[in-house]
Design a protein around this ligand. Structure first.
Ligand SMILES: [Ca+2]
Ligand SMILES: [Ca+2]
Length: 417
């Protein structure tokens, strides 16, 4: 069920048949949701603020995992913190109290979250080719004493498109010369990954796409179509059970990566024309691409289920068909929006919305799904949670596939009214 800012309610996307009991519960739940949305929209008109939480069935058209979740946050206010960026790819809360932002053409900036003032930290010589360019960014866990900033970006070697991971030293005013930690990761005009996070184990996790070559994700000797794990100095992490830098394999284009406080790792991944995924990332597991799309259910052909059995394939926690192009991912553990605690939040490009997945207590399944701000801000790529629990979103309307507005690309802040 989707509601616009102006109060019109459009029918839900087609769904697969459900059991009668399930359908009855779903129907009753949706009626309650519609009433709540209508009440919410009336309230929004009165206060003149944007507060749309549009609930929908879980898993788009094809995932029967869970039922409609009512808006769980109360009225939200969305404000523009800063604008006039070009294709925001990453938002990362810095240890210095600034919100750091990467733009795909190669700039790294710091945003004062209180004033919106933007200062340039550095510029990387990247090759912005199609979906490639400057992408993920992360910080050394001992930033006060070891002020390294890590980033992933696209470059060219002759006619070949490649990706690499670099680190730069922050001197309090600017970033130093990039030091290459890992290069020659296959790249392409599409499917480059590349999100970068530092884990609680003080290791660097980097996603890579299949670089438009479906033979690479299942090859343990290729850096493409993987979650890679490195030391903070760029060596293969000790204990990578698949060898070298490879932590997990069989990925198509994972653009989101986030740890939960207990150490569980989650990722978003773009499917082909079907089966976008959210996965729980576990060392040594095979995530199936290209033989397996989404679950081990045979929808990608007769070879899917035998491949799953033979390769211990990890099935996604949730899937979406039609696709929504999931990107930046965050785990919400703050108290500012109590109803979101214990959720995964992720942005979508094609879906042009923020998604919230409530996780089960063990973090191994999704109990409900909520879609927010659908169509309101255009393509959304980046997400970060501030120390006070505010959620920051970065738009990607200047990436060549969007319709930029006057202030795009923008950093938006979501918090309770
Ligand atoms: Ca998969
Ligand atoms: Ca499947």
């Amino acid at each position: 069920m989707q509601a616009s800012r102006h109060g019109s309610v459009t029918p839900p996307a087609p769904e697969q048949p459900a059991t009668r009991l399930h359908a009855t519960r779903l129907h009753a739940s949706r009626l309650r949701v519609v009433r709540r949305v209508v009440r919410r929209l009336r309230h929004v008109e009165l206060v003149g603020l944007i507060a749309v939480a549009a609930p929908m069935a879980c898993g788009g058209s094809s995932d029967p995992c869970c039922v409609v979740d009512p808006p769980n946050a109360g009225p939200l206010a969305v404000t523009t913190v800063a604008g006039d960026f070009d294709t925001i790819w990453e938002l990362a809360w810095g240890p210095d109290g600034a919100l750091w932002v990467t733009e795909r053409p190669g700039t790294i900036s710091r945003v004062n979250p209180a004033t919106g003032a933007v200062t340039r930290a550095g510029t990387l010589a990247v090759d912005e080719i199609g979906e490639g360019g400057l992408m993920g960014l992360a910080f050394h866990p001992d930033f006060a004493t070891t002020p390294f900033v890590y980033a992933a970006h696209t470059y060219t070697a002759g006619s070949a498109v490649r990706n690499r991971v670099v680190r730069m030293r922050w001197n309090g005013a600017s970033l130093g010369t990039p030091e290459v930690l890992l290069d020659d990761i296959p790249g392409s005009s599409v499917h480059n990954g590349a999100r970068v996070v530092v884990g609680p184990d003080r290791l660097l996790y980097v996603t890579s796409g299949d670089a438009s070559n479906t033979t690479l994700p299942q090859s343990r000797t290729s850096l493409a179509g993987k979650v890679l794990r490195l030391t903070l100095d760029g060596a293969p992490a000790p204990g990578n059970s698949l060898g070298g830098y490879v932590y997990t394999l069989g990925h198509r284009n994972p653009q989101g990566l986030a740890f939960a406080p207990g150490g569980a790792l989650y990722s978003t991944e773009h499917g082909p024309s079907d089966n976008d995924e959210v996965n729980r990332i576990e060392q040594g597991r095979n995530y199936g691409w290209p033989t397996v799309r989404g679950r081990c259910d045979g929808d990608a052909g007769a070879g899917e289920q035998p491949f799953c059995v033979a390769n211990n394939v990890a099935e996604p926690l949730a899937i979406w068909t039609p696709t929504i192009a999931p990107a930046g991912l965050a785990y919400y553990n703050a108290t500012l929006i109590p109803g979101w605690r214990g959720s995964l939040l992720f942005t979508t490009l094609k879906g042009a919305a923020l998604y919230r997945l409530q996780l089960a207590a063990d973090g191994r399944s999704v109990t409900s799904e909520e879609r927010l701000f659908a169509g309101t801000y255009g393509r959304l790529r980046a997400i970060a949670v501030g120390p006070d629990g505010s959620v920051y979103l970065g738009t990607s309307n200047r990436d060549g596939r969007g319709s930029p507005g006057a202030q795009d690309d923008r950093i938006l802040r979501v918090r309770p009214q």
